[in-house]
Ligand binder design. Structure first.
Ligand code: NAD
Length: 359
């Protein structure tokens, strides 16, 4: 073995029904008394409870997907006006993303309380959207100091969002297998994350109040974020990033649709990672990883086509050049304009991922 691995320094506090106590303990631990509480719509009640216990806390409610730069500026001003000494983000990846945007310019520590499976809380990746273009970067200041996982907060997730978000987490695991900094350690996190999600997702969709299933999904999504942060963005994330930023497609559902197309594309070049993934995904009788993923998609009725999300074949020329520029040269299967256009066309139509579309 020959590799370099860097672990990110982060505390994780896990406890169903414990979010208020865990957040307050973390704030006390860093001597913060004036947190800006960034709370998306599903996070109102927890934010209000924390604010009752921390009188100088200020609640920020405007959370927008893909973090428009104007919203980031407003939140930064609110943090400065309140002389905030910490940020607590409660919500999905959009709330975490806004907290990161504030931390990027202020250096304030983040305590992240995720309510979806986006995994952003485990990464040092930030994103900001300006004039229809999403910029991303990495910065140690945006890595949350602590993640508080309270799976009870995910009980309210609507099934559609839960499934899409679960596939977003699975996508972090799958793409990590061939991302530029893939190594045996982040591969272990990715495969265990995929295994945990494969087990827990169907359970939590069938029984949204099942605490073991809720915990299993958050455990899997944390590992997925760890793997993604460590291994970097592969072909799948590069495609979804451009589609999200340019066409404003819904983040998690876009990942759910694109994942099997990228898996089908890269499997032939991914060596022994593909059978390992198949096994993590519960493949039976020598099935491929793609078949195992397709079985899960069918079981959960996951989103199937980019066309359903609003993308048309006329959009391909607007996204193709940027996608081609951004896919890592280390991708296990070389990409061409024709092959990526074919992949997009198949994903727009929702055709079987193993069948390449001619352009
Ligand atoms: P989101 O945060 O936009 O949430 C989607 C919707 O679900 C919102 O309406 C929200 O209010 C609602 N919601 C959230 N939690 C809920 C709950 N428990 N119950 C009911 N409703 C709830 O979506 P997301 O998929 O979590 O995050 C997407 C964003 O995260 C994108 O901008 C994406 O780029 C970013 N992201 C960043 C990283 C990173 O490493 N930087 C990783 C993953 C995702």
């Amino acid at each position: 073995m020959r590799f370099v691995h860097e672990s990110m320094a982060q505390r994780v506090a896990f406890g169903a029904g414990q979010a208020t106590e865990l957040v307050i303990a973390e704030l006390e631990g860093i001597l913060a008394s004036r947190p800006l509480l960034i709370a998306g719509t599903a996070a109102e009640s927890l934010a209000a409870t924390i604010a009752q216990r921390v009188p100088d806390a200020r609640i920020w409610r405007q959370v927008v997907q893909h973090v428009p730069v104007e919203v980031a500026e407003l939140a930064r001003t609110a943090a400065a006006d309140a002389a905030a000494d910490a940020i607590v983000s409660i919500g999905g990846g959009s709330a975490t993303g806004l907290a990161k945007a504030v931390a990027l310019t202020t250096g304030l520590p983040i305590i992240a309380v995720p309510t979806t499976y986006a995994g952003s809380e485990a990464t040092d990746v930030w994103g900001l959207t300006e004039d229809g273009h999403k910029r991303t970067g990495t910065d140690p200041r945006v890595l949350p100091r602590t993640v508080v996982y309270d799976s009870a907060l995910t009980a309210s997730l609507p099934a559609e969002l839960r499934i899409a978000s679960g596939f977003n987490a699975l996508a972090h695991c799958v793409d990590a297998l061939w991302a530029p900094r893939a190594n045996p350690i982040n591969t272990a996190a990715a495969l265990e994350g995929a295994r945990a999600l494969r087990v827990a997702l169907p359970d939590v969709v069938a029984h949204p109040q099942d605490v073991d299933a809720q915990d299993g999904c958050l455990y899997g999504s944390y590992l997925s974020g760890v793997a993604f942060a460590s291994a970097g963005s592969g072909m799948h994330h590069k495609i979804c990033h451009v589609l999200g930023g340019t066409l404003n497609l819904p983040h998690a559902a876009t990942h759910a649709v694109v994942l099997p197309y990228v898996l089908a594309y890269n499997s032939p070049g991914a060596g022994r990672q593909t059978p390992r993934l198949a096994s993590a995904l519960g493949a039976q009788h020598g099935e491929s990883a793609l078949t195992a993923l397709q079985t899960l998609r069918d079981e959960l009725a996951a989103p199937r086509s980019l066309g359903d999300l609003g993308m048309t074949e006329d959009d391909i020329p607007a996204v193709l050049p940027e996608i081609l520029r951004s896919i890592p040269t280390s991708n296990p299967v070389p990409v061409t304009e024709r092959s990526v256009a074919g992949l997009l066309r198949a994903a727009i139509r929702g055709n079987h991922p193993a069948i390449e579309e001619d352009v």
